[in-house]
Design a protein around this ligand. Structure first.
Ligand SMILES: *[C@@H]1O[C@H](CO)[C@@H](O)[C@H](O)[C@H]1NC(C)=O
Length: 244
């Protein structure tokens, strides 16, 4: 085998492992003194691609963001589950804070979402804000001025001699500015009591949300972690964070 053939074969082997860098990915140098701004811009640069999706890179469209099985909460006498929930507005995010530490692989970012709306199916049984509630049907809602605080810890893992970026822990906390929810078909469709309970929920929205949020955060956290990991999985650590 000539040196040239060996070179070509090695090049082919290496390029087969990781894809070339696509336009949607703006990488940041590992030692960039302004790495926070760089990563913030990279994430915001992804916005139109997350809006439409990039099938050849297994990036789903997040407009709408489909949450198949959001909630299955049990605790405090409440059982609530929601299925097939479409969330609209997630692609309208902006990154308001980025704090990246490449030595410890610890990342904090804040994401602002001006408006989110949801449409899905719910099932509820139990007490919420001291009211006994049962029902199942359609749930819709609007949320404005949402702030998502993400903390994730990553690391690298070697696979077939190549180093990859892996998300190890992913934690999401959400605060909602204002919101309203509508649960159709409460109490088997009794309109009068259904309206009373919907009004009670919306008049005590903060308290209702407080009970709901931990499970919503968990579901969204799982969805975003998966999207993030799927994107970075397709590139090597050196591609994502080149040394120079
Ligand atoms: C959400 O907002 C839309 C558009 O403004 C409105 O039609 C709908 O009634 C709202 N839904 C709830 C549950 O507040």
């Amino acid at each position: 085998m000539t040196y040239f053939t060996t070179f070509v074969l090695i090049t082919l082997a290496v390029t087969a492992i990781a894809k070339d860098l696509p336009e949607f990915l703006h990488v940041c140098k590992r030692n960039d003194p302004n790495i926070n701004d760089c990563i913030k811009n990279s994430v915001e640069h992804l916005r139109p691609y997350l809006l439409k999706g990039v099938p050849e890179y297994q990036i789903p469209s997040i407009e709408p963001l489909l949450l198949k099985e959001i909630v299955a909460a049990e605790g405090g006498g409440l059982k609530l589950s929601a299925r097939d929930v479409n969330a609209y507005g997630a692609s309208d995010f902006s990154v308001t804070k980025m704090d990246a530490n490449m030595a410890t692989f610890t990342y904090f970012l804040n994401v602002f979402l001006p408006h989110l709306s949801i449409d899905g199916q719910y099932e509820i049984d139990g007490k919420v804000i001291l009211l006994p509630i049962t029902g199942s049907g359609r749930i819709t809602g609007n949320f404005t001025d949402c702030l998502g605080a993400v903390k994730f810890i990553a690391g690298t893992a070697v696979d077939n001699g190549v180093e990859y970026f892996r998300i190890k822990e992913f934690d999401l906390k959400i605060t909602v500015g204002k919101g309203s929810l509508r649960l159709d078909n409460l109490f088997g469709g009794d309109k009068v009591i259904g309206d009373v309970v919907n009004n009670a929920i919306n008049n005590n929205f903060d308290a209702f949300l407080k009970e709901l949020m931990p499970v919503v955060e968990k579901a969204l956290g799982v969805a975003f972690r998966e999207i993030g990991q799927n994107i970075v999985n397709q590139f090597t650590f050196d591609q994502l964070f080149p040394l120079d």
